[in-house]
Write a protein that binds this ligand. Structure first.
Ligand SMILES: Nc1nc2c(ncn2[C@@H]2O[C@H](COP(=O)(O)OP(=O)(O)O)[C@@H](O)[C@H]2O)c(=O)[nH]1
Ligand SMILES: [Mg+2]
Length: 367
């Protein structure tokens, strides 16, 4: 299971530069390869110190990190919802993503043209939001008409639920709010909302692309964005695509660390971005560890043991008997699975166990 994040933003804000840095993240560690599925789609591995540690302990034949797909979405400009720019192609691209990375230009550079003539990330954000909201409004109003008809004629209970939610969504969108500002009030509404695949209902991460000097501290543009999104339940990340592209060119790990230190940064923006994206997607990691393979598996937070077993193989879920669970800290502390067992620190869990981030799992099944 690889979930997808789409990078959106106006032209020339640095989307492709950032995408290429992510693709160059392979240069950062041989263990974290990147591959391009299509020119604008890449699979990037999630950096995880815990996996590195497990590999150190187990020396497995194979190491498989968790991954997230990143899509460079081009063509969003003012009027895009009416077919401007690359028209509606961006739309299907965004629909398919699970979360949005909204990149904002927060750097001055007279050599790089801004489509709207000046640097103003808050205005840029609103332009993008408006285009996406207009598309959503179209979807919502079409569905609303249909559902209203069904609710009237058949006394259809489901249709009534749809109408109630769709009306709230319409109202929010007409006010210039994103669909994610509307909270579903029941399981049914949640389902209706999911089935609509609204663009502005997807979780969003704002990324401010700043100049080199502002990478550690941010700048006035960033502060303006922070203020503008204060009422939204969204995270903001400061990254300098320019620096990231320079880092991506450095071959040696030590060189990169030194470069980061000089800039007052602890970690590359790429790494922070990948981790933030993973969190945005509501994802956590469990591990399997052994002499053949150490592997990080991605699961949606809150999943139970059988569902997690099913991520490895459908048979594991179908024939699930129990899960043997070792906490990562215990694994490291005792040094091996055997030692953990001897210390009585291995738990045996049933089908209702909610898997926790960092659990090292061994599933018992029978089919
Ligand atoms: N000065 C500066 N230029 C940048 C930065 N990020 C991107 N650019 C430049 O802006 C231009 C547009 O970048 P690109 O990534 O193609 O933007 P996209 O249209 O959003 O994909 C390119 O010439 C980049 O080199 C940055 O952080 N600082
Ligand atoms: Mg581009």
């Amino acid at each position: 299971m690889s979930l997808q994040c789409g990078i959106v933003g106006l032209p020339n804000v640095g989307k492709s530069t950032l995408f290429n840095c992510l693709s160059n993240a392979k240069a950062q560690s041989a263990n974290f390869p990147f591959c391009t599925i299509e020119p604008n789609v890449g699979v990037i591995t999630v950096p995880d110190e815990r996996l590195n540690k497990l590999v150190e302990m187990e020396h497995p034949k194979r190491t498989v990190p968790a991954t997230v797909e990143i899509v460079d979405i081009a063509g969003l400009v003012k009027g895009a919802s009416q077919g401007e720019g690359l028209g509606n192609k961006f739309l299907s691209n965004i629909r398919e993503t699970d979360a949005i990375i909204h990149l904002l230009r927060c750097f001055d550079d007279d050599n790089i043209t801004h489509v709207d003539g000046s640097i103003d990330p808050v205005r840029d954000k609103e332009i993008i939001d408006t285009e996406l909201q207009l598309k959503d409004l179209e979807t919502v109003q079409t569905q609303l008409k249909k559902s209203e008809r069904q609710a009237q004629t058949g006394g259809d209970k489901q249709a009534k639920i749809r109408v109630a939610l769709l009306k709230r969504l319409e109202e929010a969108l007409l006010q210039g709010l994103n669909a994610r500002s509307v909270t579903p009030e029941s399981k049914d509404e949640e389902q209706v909302l999911r089935d609509l695949f609204l663009l502005t209902a997807k979780p969003v991460l704002y990324v401010c692309n700043v100049d080199e000097a502002s990478a550690a501290t941010g700048n006035a543009y960033v502060e303006a964005v922070r203020k503008a999104i204060a009422h939204e339940d969204a995270e903001l990340l400061v990254v300098s695509a320019h620096i990231e592209s320079e880092i991506a060119e450095l071959e040696e790990y030590e060189e990169r660390q030194l470069f980061l230190q000089e800039l007052g940064l602890e970690e590359t923006g790429v790494n922070r971005l990948i981790r933030a994206a993973y969190k945005l997607l509501n994802l956590e990691t469990f591990f399997t560890a052994g002499p053949d393979e150490c592997r990080a598996w991605t699961f949606v937070k809150g999943s139970k043991a059988p569902q997690c077993a099913g991520i490895i193989h459908t048979d594991f879920e179908r024939g699930f008997i129990r899960a043997e669970v070792i906490k990562y800290e215990d694994y490291v502390h005792y040094g091996s699975e055997t030692a953990v067992k001897e210390a009585g620190r291995m738990a045996v869990e049933g089908k209702d166990y909610i898997v926790q981030d960092g659990d090292i799992m061994h599933f018992r099944f029978n089919v």
